[in-house]
Ligand binder design. Structure first.
Ligand SMILES: *Cc1c(COP(=O)(O)O)cnc(C)c1O
Length: 427
């Protein structure tokens, strides 16, 4: 009897099969070849029938050449750090694709000469915050703070309240970041209370600037007090306000969350913020404020190492000029509307053990600690959680008391059909 392994198709033959050749065109030959080799090995081990090699390869090919997979965020955490923070708007995604090729990021098509890099995004940011005399964009908020320290306090002191020396996440701490730039931290006040007098007493010839940091991911409650930006602006030294979340103007649903316009009006010299938290755009660090100070930052040698790429500029401009991004939609979604969607989904699921329950969403690492947003979730048996997480597309929910909850506030309405499909597949 002939050895069945001799029937295993050869690599060239598999790669030449039209559907696989087409996949190699979009995924790359090396990636596809690696899958072919794996499946041939499985066939030699008797795990795959020789006749099934081509179909098995097709089934095992990834959907894209990147290992990053789309995830439906049903966690109820609007700005989810582990899921890449803000999902981009359709307008921002279109802009990304358009800018992905050759683009006029530093070129004036009318005159054919060099133009200011990212001028469209910068103009959009300036238009969104008229109180800012100058604007600049860097890689993230940490980079914005680093640039402030490098340009405004090299070898000098940054005066900051003890209650605001925060850890950003993943073990990275603001004080370490600022000290890595060669600045010294001058801590004032106590964990729970700091007054403008504490700052004033610490000022001297070595002062680079006063830094006020918004506690985005924690709250100090009880016997607390802090100096306001208005009070600190009167101290006669540059005042940098790290507002964190990137709200450009006050948000009606998040009254306690600081915003760039109010901070500048209160007298901050500079405001720093993230682009991918409540602003709902790409990862970026926004710097807004005094025109001369912004220009100093922009011309600092390190600015070149912190600059953003054309994709970020494209997505940021579209976020600022385009329709409301998903983060804002999720924050503003009415509970009745979420309930309607949940009931429609439950009806469509028919026999599955699923019901509609009340839920509480959170803003997340993006800001507004302690703010609870009433929401609605689908409640499924807990075993769904792992199956949904590992499906295509993946769905991330949360398990509470033996139930897998899929919170609809963070699921975009246009994702409902995919969510339904995903739950059905796990049934
Ligand atoms: C999130 C945050 C940072 C860090 O911002 P990245 O954009 O992640 O670098 C710094 N300061 C505050 C107050 C924050 O909330």
């Amino acid at each position: 009897m002939p050895d069945p392994r001799r029937a295993i198709p050869r690599t060239d033959a598999v790669l030449g099969e039209p559907r696989i050749a087409k996949a190699a065109g979009s995924l790359g030959r090396d990636l596809v070849k690696a899958v072919v080799t794996d499946v041939q090995r499985a066939a030699r081990a008797g795990e795959v029938a020789p006749a099934d090699v081509v179909d098995t390869v097709l089934a095992r090919l990834p959907a894209s050449a990147s290992s990053l997979r789309p995830v439906i965020n049903a966690t109820g955490v609007v700005v989810h750090t582990n899921l890449g923070r803000a999902p981009l708007s359709a307008a921002a995604l279109d802009a990304l694709v358009a800018a992905g090729g050759a683009t006029d990021v530093e070129f004036d098509l009318a005159t054919g000469s060099r133009a200011r890099r990212g001028r469209g995004a910068l103009a959009a940011l300036a238009a969104a915050v008229p109180d800012a005399g100058g604007v600049h964009v860097v890689n993230n908020n940490a980079a914005a703070l680093l640039l402030c320290a490098l340009a405004l306090a090299p070898g000098r002191e940054i005066v900051v309240s003890r209650g605001e020396l925060v850890e950003i996440g993943d073990g990275f701490r603001l004080p370490d970041l600022l000290e890595s730039a060669g600045s010294r931290l001058r801590e004032v006040g106590t964990t729970n209370r700091t007054s403008v007098r504490d700052y004033a007493a610490a000022l001297g010839p070595d002062t680079g600037f006063v830094l006020k940091v918004h506690p985005s991911n924690y709250r100090v409650t009880g016997f607390t007090s802090e100096a306001t930006l208005g009070e600190l602006a009167g101290l006669g030294v540059p005042l940098v306000a790290d507002i964190g979340s990137g709200l450009l103007a006050p948000h009606p649903l998040l009254p306690a969350e600081p915003d760039a316009a109010s901070a500048l009006r209160a007298g901050a010299t500079l405001v720093t913020a993230s682009g991918d938290k409540l602003l709902g755009g790409p990862q970026a660090g926004l710097l807004l404020g005094d025109a001369d100070v912004v220009e100093r930052l922009r011309r600092h040698p390190a600015a070149r190492a912190l600059r953003v790429d054309k994709l970020t500029l494209a997505a940021l401009e579209a976020t600022l000029r385009g329709p409301e991004p998903p983060v804002q939609e999720a924050l503003g979604a009415a509970v009745e509307h979420l309930r309607d969607r949940a009931e429609t989904l439950v009806k469509a699921l028919g026999t599955v053990d699923v019901r509609v329950v009340g839920s509480v969403s959170a803003v997340g690492g993006g800001g507004a600690p302690g703010v609870e947003l009433p929401s609605v979730a689908l409640s499924l048996p807990a075993r769904y959680a792992a199956a949904l997480r590992t499906g295509h597309p993946a769905v991330a929910g949360r398990v509470v008391k033996d139930r897998c909850l899929l919170d609809l506030r963070t699921v975009r309405p246009e994702e409902d059909a995919k969510l339904l499909e995903a739950v059905r597949r796990c049934g």
